[in-house]
Design a binder for this molecule. Structure first.
Ligand SMILES: [Zn+2]
Length: 310
């Protein structure tokens, strides 16, 4: 009815009544156009960033850094069927700086460039999901990690991004912080800075595109390393501090949440809602010699377990 009236009022209006109707028409048209264009709404609860490592076809022991291909497929189907929209790191950073995001936005990250990620890619492509892959080009190329041609091919996928995960991914008893603080013999802040800057340079040279983001190996960093990374030209940094990312949050401290491959779909759904890291991996209790299954306990912060994967 109103739209019909609007059509009739397309003629030039001479009186005040017609002018008012025209104004109402413009407002209605604006609302209709905005809804048809599916203008993104700001996600009130923030955007979770999920961390994956290995996605394995045959799996012995799922856990913090390992998930079966079947469970991974289930999780991606869940995201699709429940209206989640995957976002790139570019889109996440823009959202954190005050931009819009889908109502159910989520970011998928895959650390270390494991060879097994090859099996996850067709699943991501099936849903046209966006994802980022974090490579350490100093020692993380070739078995058991992907080769350059595979990484270059991934970089060519418009839905995928490649980021730095340092140069050699120090682990076990050392990390970039112990290097920077002089707590690792023979390593200094300059060595940590080289890990940050050289990995960017090598990735950019091999991929022929700008590498704007870095995910801290093992999730470990300090204020000085953040400064070094900013000076090296990174525009955002990814941690393993759990929680969702909101407008106004610091893009140099992007929160991420581990997805423990041993958790069931109910826990996965809970992770997406409360943005906490739940540990489900079987843990061996030495006291009494019994093997206990951790009951989807929420983990308070970055993992303390030692894994080359983080
Ligand atoms: Zn890692």
């Amino acid at each position: 009815m109103i739209v019909q009236q609007c059509g009739k009022q397309a003629q030039p209006a001479a009186d005040g009544k017609s002018t008012l109707l025209l104004r109402v028409c413009f407002i209605i048209l604006f609302i209709l156009t905005a809804s048809q264009l599916n203008v993104p709404r700001v996600s009130a609860e923030g955007v979770p960033v999920l961390i994956y490592h290995e996605v394995l076809d045959s799996l012995g022991d799922p856990g913090e850094t390992r998930i079966s291909l079947d469970r991974f497929r289930e999780q991606m189907k869940y995201l699709h069927d429940n209206g989640y929209t995957t976002m790139s790191i570019d889109e996440l950073a823009a959202f954190m700086k005050g931009g819009a995001a889908p109502e159910k936005g989520v970011v998928l990250t895959f650390d270390d460039g494991w060879l097994s990620i090859r099996d996850a890619i067709p699943v991501l492509n099936h849903y046209r999901f966006k994802a980022s892959f974090w490579i350490f080009p100093g020692t993380g190329i070739g078995y058991p990690h992907m080769e350059w041609p595979e990484i270059v091919e991934m970089a060519g996928n418009p839905n995928f991004e490649i980021g730095s995960h340092s140069l050699t991914h120090p682990w076990r008893s050392e990390d970039l912080v112990t290097w920077a603080e002089g707590k690792t013999a023979g390593r200094t802040l300059a060595d940590a800075a080289r890990e940050i800057g050289e990995s960017k340079r090598i990735l950019e040279k091999m991929l022929q595109r700008k590498v704007k983001y870095l995910a801290w190996p093992r999730g470990v960093f300090n204020e000085r390393l953040v400064e070094v990374a900013r000076e090296a030209g990174y525009e955002a940094l990814l941690t393993t501090r759990e929680g969702a990312n909101l407008p106004g949050d610091d893009v140099f401290r992007i929160k991420r949440i581990f997805v423990d491959g041993a958790c069931d779909m109910e826990v996965f759904a809970r992770t997406l809602k409360d943005h906490k890291y739940y540990r489900c991996q079987a843990v061996r209790q030495h006291a009494g010699g019994t093997l206990l299954q951790a009951n989807a306990s929420s983990h308070p912060g970055p993992s303390s377990s030692v894994s080359p994967g983080q």
